[in-house]
Design a protein around this ligand. Structure first.
Ligand code: CU
Length: 423
């Protein structure tokens, strides 16, 4: 019954990233800055360098300021972000990811309000965008950026907006229906399995024209992708920004060579290319995000599409169950003759492991969090590709046949490590 255009063609790995604001690499970026309150003058705590047994990786953070300093409901305010490295130097050349050097998600603390903005680079190295908060109250900002040769960083910032009558706090309630109609687009979310903490799953979204009920095949690329997904936990500490992948990306991610080029060629899309593709046939009326909810609880999901030149934001509230299967496996032991390699959103630790030519090395990969890119470990030169379920230990045995570096990467080539092989 399904014709070509309604087939799910954007499946498999999505470019999805998660930042656990507590408990891992991005925790140090999650220090809060209060603007528009008595706390404005309080300096942010100094950022501790990322601990790495082999080489000190630079840590980055966004310094946040508002103009004017006091933020008032209904009045435009300029939000300014200056990214600095561990030494305090301004970082200007952020990687362009999904067509923008910086993505900014603005949400009210109760997740009722949502804005997806893009601060623009300024002459002084800062990134600025003007925004008008509709109501007084507490807001969270998530500044999402990627410094050169570094992985994605999400800085969570607090803004208190002055207003006469702060809006009443809205409680999250899990949706009873997974079909929503916004701006003439009817969107149905169909997860491929029951939502459980720490379990990889696919959120499928079918889009139809609300008036005709027919599959909507006229979606336009928005920031280089057919959809954007932002997922935030009820307590605002977990943030995921996911995109469906194009066919080219899927093949690029699948090939070791393509994956290795990720550093040289930042993850970016060619919207023109996608438009050409759209001319050949209609846009797919289903898109999918590959994602993992890190913990049990309620999450708000915003799916964003573009149609007729307008961005359409479709909100969902989902309930994620405890995962007893995964927690039962947390006590996975590492064999005595194996080297434990922990994988978190900061990458592999250790990322460089000494080995001897001709001698087998046993690596025990432990994936500490649900950072999506780490779902697989790949040894391109060995033809090894293994799935890494969250909080489980997976053994990989390799016998290096040559001296030099024997690389391993995540499924998309964004996180990397190497065996350093000597005679
Ligand atoms: Cu964005």
């Amino acid at each position: 019954m399904m014709n070509r255009t309604t087939k799910l063609i954007l499946t498999s790995l999505a470019f999805a990233l998660v930042a656990h604001i507590a408990g891992c690499a991005t925790a140090e970026h999650a220090t809060t800055t209060n603007a528009g309150s008595a706390d404005t003058a309080r300096a942010r705590p100094a950022v501790e360098p990322v601990k790495d047994v082999n080489e000190a990786k630079p840590a980055y953070r966004a310094e946040f300021a508002t103009e004017p300093a006091e933020v008032k409901a209904g009045e435009p305010v300029t939000l300014s972000f200056t990214v600095k490295d561990a030494k305090g130097a301004v970082v200007r050349d952020l990687q362009v990811v999904h067509e923008k050097p910086m993505h900014l998600l603005v949400v009210s603390n109760d997740l009722a309000e949502f804005n997806h903005l893009h601060p623009q680079p300024q002459g002084d190295g800062s990134f600025k965008v003007t925004h008008t908060f509709p109501n007084g109250g507490a807001y969270k900002l998530y500044a999402d950026f990627t410094a050169p040769n570094a992985s994605q960083i999400v800085d969570r910032l607090d803004v208190n907006v002055a207003g006469d009558a702060p809006r009443e706090h809205a409680s999250l309630v899990a949706d009873k229906t997974t079909t929503k109609t916004v701006d003439g687009l009817r969107v149905t979310m169909r997860p491929d399995k029951h939502l459980r903490a720490g379990e990889e799953l696919m959120l499928n979204f079918a889009v139809a024209d609300a008036r005709t009920g027919k599959p909507a095949t006229d979606l336009q690329p928005y920031l280089g992708a057919l959809a954007h997904f932002v997922i935030i936990s009820e307590d605002t500490t977990d943030f995921l920004h996911a995109h469906p992948m194009t066919k080219e990306e899927m093949s690029e991610a699948g090939g070791a060579h393509g994956g290795m080029e990720h550093d040289a060629k930042p993850h970016a899309h060619d919207a023109a290319e996608m438009k050409d593709e759209a001319k050949e046939g209609a846009s797919p009326s289903e898109v999918a995000a590959h994602t993992t909810f890190p913990r049990a609880g309620l999450y708000k999901v915003w799916a964003q599409f573009q149609r007729g030149g307008r961005v359409i934001t479709v909100p969902y509230v989902v309930s994620v169950a405890e995962n007893h299967t995964v927690s039962a496996n947390t006590a996975n032991s590492v064999p005595a003759d194996a080297i434990k390699v922990t994988l978190s959103s900061k990458g592999y630790e250790p990322s460089r492991i000494e080995a001897k030519k001709g001698q087998p090395v046993k690596l025990a990969f432990y994936r500490a969090d649900a950072e999506n890119c780490g779902g697989e470990v790949v040894f391109p030169s060995q033809g090894i590709r293994k799935k890494l379920p969250v909080r489980q230990t997976v053994l990989v045995e390799v016998t290096p046949k040559e001296t030099g570096e024997l690389a391993f990467t995540c499924g998309m080539g964004m996180l990397r490590g190497a065996l350093v092989v000597a005679d």
